[in-house]
Design a protein around this ligand. Structure first.
Ligand code: NDP
Length: 249
């Protein structure tokens, strides 16, 4: 039987890309899901699609903006009883916004990127980790990025957010080493999702050009890494996993 059978997995940003792929793959491994994002209709569609092939998979849908601490706490408080004991938290919600140089960055972009990619993760951890500590059971999986290890021009804001997430993941891993709770950071390279469309503020041509002549990863490639880390035996913690398209240097 799968080690993930019957586990409760909460995924942020499950309405598209890597998050939706994680939801599908955790369901295939026998887990039950709490799927969250701002676009509730996309979550409802995903729930229907998953339950069409995995009717035994229990799925709770929750509209959530991770930038709002009160909403995060309320979502966790309002979980139905059978979803309260979260085993695995996948902090996946995130975005980049293309900027010029750092001195020209717009403060609205600073708020959106840092509040989602960093504060949002902290809010989720504050809301969920205490329960994991109490139950002495849990796994936090943060979706970082190669951008959290290597910065590049015009990426200062996004890179800063993913460097911060890398630091949070490392600190947590050390803090929790004397508990059975595991911390994993998955750091993808280029993945073809809605990410580029958001990054280039809806400019489909620029977004499409990103992937021209490159075989990028897809959401499932990353989800496989997430499910691999989650399904190791309890004494094995995958700390970091850098997963890149073969052609990306
Ligand atoms: P997508 O744009 O396809 O998915 C991003 C998800 O995050 C969406 O489901 C979106 O849902 C959700 N989201 C964004 N803002 C918020 C918010 N404030 N509150 C709740 N949910 C939010 O991109 P990816 O799947 O590629 O991105 C997933 C993660 O992977 C991100 O953390 C990203 O930084 C990381 N990553 C992506 C790479 C890539 O090349 N694509 C490379 C490395 C890392 P909704 O809009 O419905 O809220």
């Amino acid at each position: 039987m799968s080690r993930l059978a019957g586990k409760i997995v909460l995924i942020t940003g499950a309405s598209s890309g890597i998050g939706a792929a994680c939801a599908r793959q955790f369901a295939q491994s026998g887990a039950h899901l709490i799927i969250t994002a701002r676009r509730e209709e996309k979550l409802t569609e995903l729930k229907k699609a998953i339950q069409a092939s995995q009717p035994e998979c229990q799925i709770h849908v929750s509209k959530l903006d991770v930038q709002d601490n009160e909403s995060v706490n309320q979502m966790v408080n309002d979980l139905p009883d059978n979803f309260k004991k979260i085993n695995i938290l996948v902090n996946n919600a995130g975005l980049a916004i293309e900027i010029d140089t750092v001195d020209k960055v717009e403060l609205d972009a600073v708020d959106k990127v840092l509040n989602t990619n960093v504060r949002g993760v902290i809010y989720m951890i504050r809301a969920i980790l205490p329960g994991m500590r109490e139950r002495k059971n849990g796994h936090v999986i943060n979706i970082g990025s190669i951008a959290g290890l290597e910065a590049y021009p015009h990426g200062g804001l996004y890179c800063a957010s993913k460097y911060a997430l890398h630091a949070l993941s490392e600190s947590m891993r050390h803090e929790l080493a004397d508990t059975p709770i595991r911390v994993t950071e998955i750091q993808p390279g280029m993945v073809e999702t809605e990410f580029s469309l958001v990054r280039f503020k809806g400019d489909a041509d620029r977004a499409g050009n990103m992937y021209k002549g490159v075989q990028a990863l897809n959401g499932d490639d990353v989800a496989e890494a997430v499910v691999f880390a989650a399904s190791r035996p309890a004494h094995v913690a995958v700390a970091d996993m850098l997963i890149m398209p073969t052609c990306q240097s």
